[in-house]
Design a binder for this molecule. Structure first.
Ligand code: HEC
Length: 188
């Protein structure tokens, strides 16, 4: 099966999205299978002229590294992006940047708490049980709090990842996606 490249890409990409949308939040095995097959067949679909070098500069100049780590630089607050290119398809990368709250995975949940003396603390939830709650704060420190010492604590359903949809042009997003797609964790 070797039809013209343009047509294949457009048709394939649309079908992938339809399958994802149509199946809602819980993807069934067949839908995922179809997506995987299609994505594998469409290596270029989500890179409309993205320029990885420009993407790298954008990542370094936008606040991405305030929250993300790439290689030896950046913060551990958000997920490490050093090998994101081998873990996520370009479609998923694009959505993570423009519509980040669509699918926040549980390990990225954030917590906001207020201690009895009124200090507000926010960070990524690591663990909690009946008595205590553990998080990693923006300074990358692991913190544990006894719930009995807290005035309140809230698990935030939305992630901390801000949407860059209005802050970046489509071209800039494409550049960043191209750059992230090159991050395979091998380059140290
Ligand atoms: C305020 C902190 C913050 C900033 C700034 C930020 N992110 Fe994120 N990002 C997160 C968090 C937290 C997540 C985890 C998912 C969520 O919360 O939605 C995330 C998720 C992601 C993901 C998905 C990771 C995965 O494992 O699927 C990508 C890709 C990403 N961010 C890229 C970027 C890029 C590119 C920028 C800069 C343009 C950026 N982020 C800026 C906090 C941030």
């Amino acid at each position: 099966m070797k039809p013209g490249p343009r047509r294949t890409r457009r048709t394939g990409g649309g079908s992938v999205l339809r399958v994802l949308r149509g199946s809602g939040r819980t993807f069934d095995v067949r839908a995922v299978g179809v997506c995987v097959v299609m994505l594998a067949a469409l290596p270029l679909v989500a890179q409309p002229g993205g320029d990885a070098a420009s993407g790298r500069r954008l990542v370094e100049s936008s606040q991405c590294l305030d929250c993300h780590r790439i290689g030896e630089t950046g913060s551990r607050l958000g997920p490490d992006l050093s090998d994101i290119g081998s873990r996520r398809s370009t479609d998923v990368l694009r959505r993570a940047i423009v519509a980040p709250d669509d699918d926040v995975v549980p390990e990225h949940r954030f917590v906001r708490l207020v201690t009895k003396d009124g200090t507000v603390v926010a960070g990524r939830l690591l663990n909690q049980d009946a008595f205590s709650i553990q998080l990693i704060n923006a300074g990358e420190q692991l913190k544990s709090y006894l719930k009995s010492n807290l005035r309140e604590h809230t698990i935030l359903e939305k992630g901390l990842m801000p949407s860059f949809e209005s802050k970046l042009t489509a071209q800039q997003v494409a550049d960043i996606v191209s750059y992230l797609a090159t991050l395979k964790g091998a380059e140290k």
